[in-house]
Design a binder for this molecule. Structure first.
Ligand code: 0PR
Length: 389
């Protein structure tokens, strides 16, 4: 399409968009079972549109919005066991993970260039490593898909910049042994970042929802910073990520001074400059409107469905669950049908499921219903040749 010479009418604009967007899958149409993004509430969307012009890139222009951001950061800090934690909202988990590594670099003299992380870590760390000339040292996972801490310990040297732990891996939802990694970090005086982009809004509510939970937050000694994303299980809207540092001093390490903005001198703690204040306000809204009770209810519902899905997957001939779900991520293997072929068939039938190296991933978000999963299981059975109920 060329840049239009004459303006479109609203009718033509709407028609054009409607036609193009017809191809998109919608969260609530019942086929998206492999996405980690929330479907935000109507109210949060209303707040987003109401305050659409707020720009936190120049916080002096909207000190009220900046104050709400601080409230949101402190709310998350208290959720993660440290009301004194400081941080900033980001465009998502990727930016938060980048900032963690940037902060780690700023904490050292620049000679340490290796990061130690699980081979199940999100690709954002590898992107960041490439851009910041860091060397990722990947550690094999245990049978439960958590990092092999002993193997990680062996790789620590005077080249190590940071240790990374994952609280809810992207593929299987596994939670690393954060206390053991924290001990290693303390022993060797290393920066220790926990990626709880997805798990951060699940793990704190598991116990009250009736499920076991592992320690992963600032209550664990040695944790320097945590990624937690409102736009994933926070039920917020995109862009909605957050990085929390254990202290203000750490949060300021990678802050970049800017002297000339209309709102006055400030420091940028993000990679991006201009950034959506409306998204922060909408994500704050979502959190206060749900509260602990709301999240416990959501997590219970998602976990009940995840566990029952895993049980039913295991009864299908040729399908095996990778593990009992720790959070609402369910991973399974196809033992008889070639995974690529199965993936193609599922996609042809309209299912948006992720295929990792040798397993599939379903994310049981709140918009995923029992009815949807029943339809999915029926299709899966027919594609793997096991069509009896
Ligand atoms: N850390 C973890 C543990 C993640 O799972 C993800 C993304 C990130 C960091 C990066 O977060 P952002 O994407 O917000 O930068 N996890 C999902 C994934 O890669 C993202 C996603 C969301 C993918 C919706 C597909 C989708 O439809 O699978």
């Amino acid at each position: 399409m060329r840049f239009p010479k004459r303006p479109y009418s609203r009718f033509k604009t709407a028609l054009h968009l409607k036609k193009a967007l017809k191809k998109d899958l919608a969260f609530r149409n019942g086929t998206v079972i492999g996405s980690m993004c929330s479907a935000p509430s109507r109210y949060a969307v209303r707040i987003f549109s109401k305050y659409i012009g707020k720009n936190l890139g120049d916080p002096g222009l909207c000190p009220g919005t900046a104050e709400i951001e601080q409230e949101a950061v402190h709310m998350l800090g208290s959720l993660l066991g440290n009301p004194d934690a400081d941080g900033v909202f980001t465009t998502g988990g990727t930016e938060a993970n980048f900032l963690a590594l940037l902060t780690a670099i700023k904490m050292t003299d620049g000679t340490r260039r290796e990061i130690i992380l699980s081979d199940c870590a999100h690709f954002s760390f590898f992107k960041a490593a490439e851009m910041m000339s860091l060397r990722p040292i990947t550690i094999p996972h245990n049978a439960d898909y958590s990092i092999n801490v002993g193997a990680a310990a062996e790789k620590i040297s005077d080249r190590t910049l940071a240790l990374i732990g994952i609280a809810g891996t992207t593929g299987t939802g596994s939670v690393d042994d954060i206390p053991a990694l924290g001990k290693l970090a303390e022993k060797h005086n290393l920066y220790f970042h926990v990626d709880a982009a997805f798990g951060g809004f699940v793990l704190p509510f598991l116990k009250k929802a009736g499920y076991p939970s592992k320690p992963f937050d600032f209550t664990v000694d040695g944790v320097s910073s945590i990624t937690i994303d409102p736009h994933k299980m926070g039920q917020g809207l995109t862009p909605g990520g957050c990085i929390l540092y254990k202290s203000r001093e750490l949060a300021d390490r990678a802050a970049f001074p800017v002297s000339y903005l209309a709102g006055g001198k400030t420091k940028h703690r993000t990679l991006v400059g201009t950034r959506s204040g409306a998204a922060v306000l909408a994500n704050w809204t979502q959190m206060v409107c749900l509260g602990e009770e709301g999240y416990v209810r959501i997590v219970r519902k998602c976990m009940d469905l995840s566990v029952s899905l895993a049980r039913r997957l295991d009864t299908i001939d040729g399908i095996r669950c990778v593990k009992i779900p720790e959070i609402n991520v369910v991973a399974f293997r196809s033992l008889k049908t070639d995974p690529e072929r199965l993936s193609r068939k599922l996609r042809e039938a309209g299912w948006a499921v992720s295929l990792f190296d040798d397993y599939f991933r379903i994310v049981v978000m709140p918009y995923v219903t029992e009815r949807t999963l029943r339809r999915f299981l029926k299709d899966l059975k027919s594609f793997t040749g096991d069509s009896h109920e």
